[in-house]
Design a binder for this molecule. Structure first.
Ligand code: B12
Length: 215
């Protein structure tokens, strides 16, 4: 039954149909489907397909925008259930989270934020297209343990490095753990820029964040 539901979820994103995507999200919650599974086995399959079609020239920006909007609506509809299922309630640490400057991709970043909150982290989500000094300023202001940065474009990943360089310049690098992510981020990149951790998905992000707290 779930397999069929996941296929319909993927199709709703490919069709860019936010209404259907939300309706399916509600149905899945009512049926007791794990919301994260709905995202990874359903919606993400659809959004990846649109992304691939876009990179081959088989889909265009309006399709990408509609798929993105449908995906965002579906994740928002599942968010209360994800939060409800987060069992650990103690505060594990403070995370300042942002999509870096020049980049407006917010879905993955917000998903990571939701999962971190649901797992007990206090998350300060600064949104998208956030300047280097704003990220650092907030981290200092709230005395964050972790700065988490998302970048979906090869042209904006460099901003992750800029934050680290700026922290080094201000002798603040040791004060914060740096967690990075986003589709183009690889282990090589993490090593190159001297970040403390990365993950390919939101569940992994929680595990890495937890391990950074005890590092
Ligand atoms: C939806 C989408 C959009 C939407 C975004 C809507 C929104 N509100 O977010 C819109 C239409 C706005 C958009 C615009 C553009 N996009 Co776009 N977009 C996508 C698409 C199809 C899906 C991204 C997505 O939401 N995935 C679903 C989420 C759940 O996955 P995710 O973001 O990867 O996040 C997961 C992990 O990466 C990780 N993660 C993410 N962040 C973090 C952070 C931390 C700390 C950690 C630990 C983990 C982590 O965990 C997340 C959850 O599992 C991708 C293709 C793709 N498959 O990635 C292209 C893609 C990223 N876009 C692309 C491009 C080129 C663009 C544009 C430049 C297009 C244009 N010509 O205008 C613009 C750029 C705008 C800008 N300045 O940012 C390219 C990037 C190519 C490149 N290598 O640089 C891609 C790869 C498409 C492609 N194949 O060509 N896009």
């Amino acid at each position: 039954m779930s397999t069929e539901l996941f296929q319909l979820m993927a199709a709703s994103i490919i069709d860019g149909d936010a209404e259907v995507a939300v309706e399916l999200a509600k149905q899945s919650v009512a049926a007791g489907v794990d919301p994260l599974e709905a995202i990874t086995k359903g919606y993400v399959i659809g959004v990846n397909q649109v992304g691939e079609a876009f990179s081959c020239g088989d889909a265009f920006l309006p399709e990408l925008v509609m798929a993105g909007e449908a995906m965002k609506s579906a994740v928002a509809a599942l968010e209360p259930e994800m939060v409800r299922r987060g069992s650990e309630r103690q505060m594990l640490g403070k995370v300042v989270l942002a999509t870096v400057e020049g980049d407006i991709h917010e879905i993955g970043k917000s998903l990571v934020g939701t999962m971190l909150s649901a797992s007990g982290f206090q998350v300060y989500d600064l949104g998208v297209d956030v300047a280097v000094n704003k990220i650092i300023g907030k981290a200092i202001e709230v005395n964050a343990n972790i700065i988490a940065m998302s970048a979906l474009l090869t042209t904006t990943m460099v901003k992750q490095r800029e934050v680290i360089e700026e922290l080094e310049k201000e002798s603040l690098r040791g004060k914060f753990k740096i967690l990075v992510g986003g589709a183009p981020v690889t282990r090589d990149w993490v090593q190159k820029i001297g970040a403390d951790g990365y993950s390919e998905d939101a569940i992994g992000a929680v595990n890495v964040a937890k391990s950074l707290m005890s590092a």
